[in-house]
Design a protein around this ligand. Sequence first.
Ligand SMILES: [Zn+2]
Length: 307
Amino acid sequence: MNVDQIRRTINDELYIEGVGLHSGNKTYLLCKPAPPYTGILFTRESKYPGEFIEAIAENVVDTSLAVTLGNGKWRVQTIEHLMSALHMLGITDIFIDTSNIEIPILDGSAGEFIQQFQQIGIRNYPDDIIEGITIKNPIWVIDGDKYLIALPANHFEVSYNIHFEHPLLKGQNYHAVIDRNHFLEEIARARTFGFLSQVEYLKSKGLALGGSIENAIVLDDKGYLNPSLRYENECVRHKVLDLIGDLSLTGRPILGHIIANKAGHALDVAMAKKILKIDKENQFTSKQIRNYQSVRMLDPISSSAVH
Ligand SMILES: [Zn+2]
C-alpha cells in the first residue's frame, strides 16, 4: 500500500500570536511558505539570523514537560500541538519564525492552529512527494508499565490508554483509524490537561505561568474546574494529538497501528527515532539485496557458481 503524499505549503505569510504556556510571556510566530523539500524549519531571525532548526526527532533536546528542539545555541519549546496540526493538514514545507523560546499555547489544542492555516490556505506541490514509512514488523519502546507498540496495518490507526490516580482518569481509552477528517472532527480541539496541585507546584517553580482554564483542562481532587468539556474522553484524545505531533518528527507519514499505554513525549520521541532507524536499516538491506542480485546477474563467475 502506498503511503506517499504530495508535499504542501501555506499560501501566504501567517502571523499567529498568544502566550507561552510556561513563560506566560506574549509570543508570536511568523509562518512563511517554503519551496518543496524544505521541511519544517524553525528560525529566530531577530536573534539568530540565517540559522534554523529542523523539526525532526534528532533535534529534540528535552521532553520533560513539552517537546523542545535545539541546536546547541537556541531552543524552541512546546512544538507538539503545532506539529500535530501541520502533520494532519499535510503541510510538509514551511518556515516558522519564533519571537522567543515558546510556541504560543493558544487554546491548548491544535484547533486554532488548524483554523488559521486553513484560513490562509494550503497549496499542493503536485509533482513533489513525501515518502511514507510502512511499519513492516512490530516495533516497541517500553518504560516500566508505559509502552508504545507500532504494528503493521492498512491505515494509520491509534489505540491509546491512559491511567492516573484520579477518579475521572483511572482509565480512559480511545481507538480509531485516523485520517485528516477524523482528526479535524474528533481530535484537533482536545485540550491539554493538568492537575491543580501539579499546576500550583509548577507555578511555584516558575513554570506553567501561562496555564489557566482558558488553555487547559484542570482537575482538582473531585473533578474538572472547566465549565464544560469539548469531547467525551477529551484527555485521552489530547494524548492522541500529542502522539501524532511527536511521531511527525519522523518527518514522514506513517502507515501502521500505534498502541499506547500511559505514554508521553519521552516515549513518543523514542518511538519516532526507532521507526526512522528501522526504516533506514530496511532500505539499506533492500538496497544490498538489489545490488547483490544485480551483481550475480552480471557476474559470470558468480552465476556459474549457482549451477
Ligand atoms: Zn499536549
